[in-house]
Design a protein around this ligand. Structure first.
Ligand code: NAD
Length: 503
């Protein structure tokens, strides 16, 4: 088993942290209270970013700028063609600055560089996809209401959108929201996670390079308690697009209800992969390992529950353990690394607590279970826990670390029952060579995405989001722009109207 992590990459973190300010009304500004926030690399321990840290007053200034840009500015009134051109320009610049973005993402989040490059490149593709949707967004017409009436349903941008994002996929998740809001003609205030704000701020620079008008996108770094709270309660914010934990998602919805904001939420998951004996077991084992260790398990889609048919369980678990031992954990700046660092020491402690709770409840630790021995940063060993029962905490709560829980089932209906025995419903994977079985599972599982004989692929064309407490609404896909619109009904009458009192 990997017991020590090498931090001997040829690439080194920067000697001094990169400095960032807040983007408000098209200008880089210091926080009004002069506060700053330093982010240390979770892998290398050194300071890598130094952000201006906004307050409630900075958040309010950003909302005012977004409001002006929406009410008086050119952006919502531009042709879709002009907005699409701007989004395409952003995509081009993101690709040109890919390495800068990827390295910054690695330094702040601890994710491996190869993965970060793929995420930035995928994000550029999403900006291009949103540009196509800007031009196809349209309403409806009703010519079937009688000769003297024409009904038209307009789609108008909803207004000012607060976008609040988590630390685990900072650039990708922002790119699942912002280009669609912009395509619809909205303006925005973005609050990235205070742990990984850097690439969102570089995106701000890219938006200026792409000539997005001042105030259309404002970016305010700060804590959830200060900046986030101001945004979710501000009367001039029309919609909140939130990604993060289920607990904070519920709070955002409750706070938004005061001003009846539209809230969309992408929240946590406790996703199962279900493996039947007739599956391609090599592929299934690879997917089990990928599903739990990708992004060090700090992933809403993490397949933290592995449900294996009882008759193949012991042999299949051996395969998964053997594959887990080969996973390269190490310096995220190294091209060969598959699993990088854990976001904070506090989060690492939370992960190891879950492991201890599981073993205390009677589950069997088969691999890992503890932090790795490193000179800098915090890393968790790939961990496999067998003999997990559906009622154990480890099977019910989001661990958000590289910790796989294994359960068994006797038949397809039991697999569906166990898969659905959770408050979450984000995604699931099914491995079987039998088409009927795959369809039965796919229809029975309550989740926003079900992968059949594959896992965690993603496409801009396909909607993504959760059932149950995994969220509200869908991102990506052709309807994603519509989420950022209101409809307005026009009823247009022709000729003399029969008045009510003269009839
Ligand atoms: P989090 O809920 O702690 O924070 C998310 C964001 O909300 C951060 O920007 C944070 O500062 C802000 N926030 C915190 N308190 C707030 C408040 N009172 N008001 C307004 N904003 C506030 O989540 P996290 O730890 O950053 O991210 C991990 C979580 O995100 C996990 O639960 C994960 O499953 C979820 N997630 C879901 C998806 C998805 O698409 N479903 C994707 C990625 C992450």
């Amino acid at each position: 088993m990997t017991a020590h992590v090498s931090l001997e990459s040829s690439k080194r973190p920067p000697a001094a942290p990169r400095r960032f300010e807040l983007l408000i009304d098209g200008k880089w500004q210091q926080a009004m209270a002069g506060e700053r926030l330093t982010r240390h690399s979770p892998a290398h321990g050194v300071a890598v970013s130094d952000y201006a840290c906004g307050s409630s007053a900075d958040a309010a200034a950003a909302v005012a700028a977004a409001r002006r840009a929406f009410d008086d500015g050119p952006w919502p009134r531009m042709t879709a063609s002009a907005r699409a051109r701007a989004l395409l320009k952003v995509a081009d610049i993101v690709e040109r600055r890919l390495e800068e973005l990827a390295v910054l993402e690695v330094l702040e989040s601890g994710k491996p560089i190869a993965q970060a490059r793929a995420e930035i490149s995928g994000a550029a593709d999403i900006w291009r996809y949103a540009a196509t949707l800007a031009r196809t967004l349209h309403g409806e017409s009703y010519a079937n209401l009688g000769d003297d009436m024409l009904g038209v349903v307009l789609r108008e941008p909803i207004g000012v959108v607060a976008i609040i994002t988590p630390w685990n996929f900072p650039f990708l998740i922002l790119s699942q929201k912002l280009p669609f809001a912009l395509a619809a003609g909205c303006t925005s205030v973005v609050k990235p996670s205070e742990l990984t704000s850097g690439t969102s701020l570089v995106l701000g620079d890219i938006l200026l390079q792409a000539d997005i008008p001042p105030g259309v996108v404002n970016i305010v770094v700060g804590t959830g308690a200060e900046v986030g709270e101001r945004l979710i309660r501000h009367p001039d914010v029309d919609m909140v697009s939130f990604t993060g934990s289920t607990a904070i998602g519920k709070h955002v919805m409750a706070a938004g209800s005061d001003t009846l904001k539209k809230v969309t939420a992408e929240l946590g998951g406790k996703n199962p992969q279900i493996v039947f004996g007739d599956a391609d077991l090599d592929a299934a084992a690879d997917a089990a390992v990928f599903g739990i260790y990708f992004n060090a398990g700090e992933c809403c889609n993490s397949s933290s529950r592995l449900l294996v048919a009882a008759d193949i369980a012991s042999a299949f678990v051996e395969r998964v353990i053997a594959a887990s031992k080969k996973v390269v954990v190490g310096d995220p700046l190294d091209d060969a690394t598959k699993v990088g660092a854990i976001i904070t020491p506090e989060h690492l402690a939370k992960i190891t607590d879950y492991v201890e709770q599981a073993t205390a409840a009677g589950a069997e630790l088969r691999l890992g279970g503890r932090p790795l021995d490193t000179t800098t940063g915090q890393f968790m060993a790939p961990t496999v826990i067998d003999g997990v029962r559906p009622d154990m905490t480890i099977a019910r709560e989001e661990v958000f670390g590289p910790v796989l829980s294994i359960m068994t089932f006797d038949n397809a209906d039991e697999a569906i029952r166990v898969a659905n025995d959770t408050n979450y419903g984000l995604s699931a994977g099914v491995w079987s060579g039998n088409f009927d079985n795959c369809m039965h599972l796919a229809r029975g599982i309550k989740a926003g995405t079900v992968w059949l004989n594959t896992f965690m692929d993603g496409y801009a064309e396909l909607p993504f989001g959760g059932y149950k407490q995994s969220g509200l609404g869908r991102e990506l896909g052709k309807h994603a722009v519509e989420d950022f619109t209101e409809t307005k009904t026009l009823q247009m009458h022709r000729g003399p109207r029969t008045n009510w009192w003269l009839r």
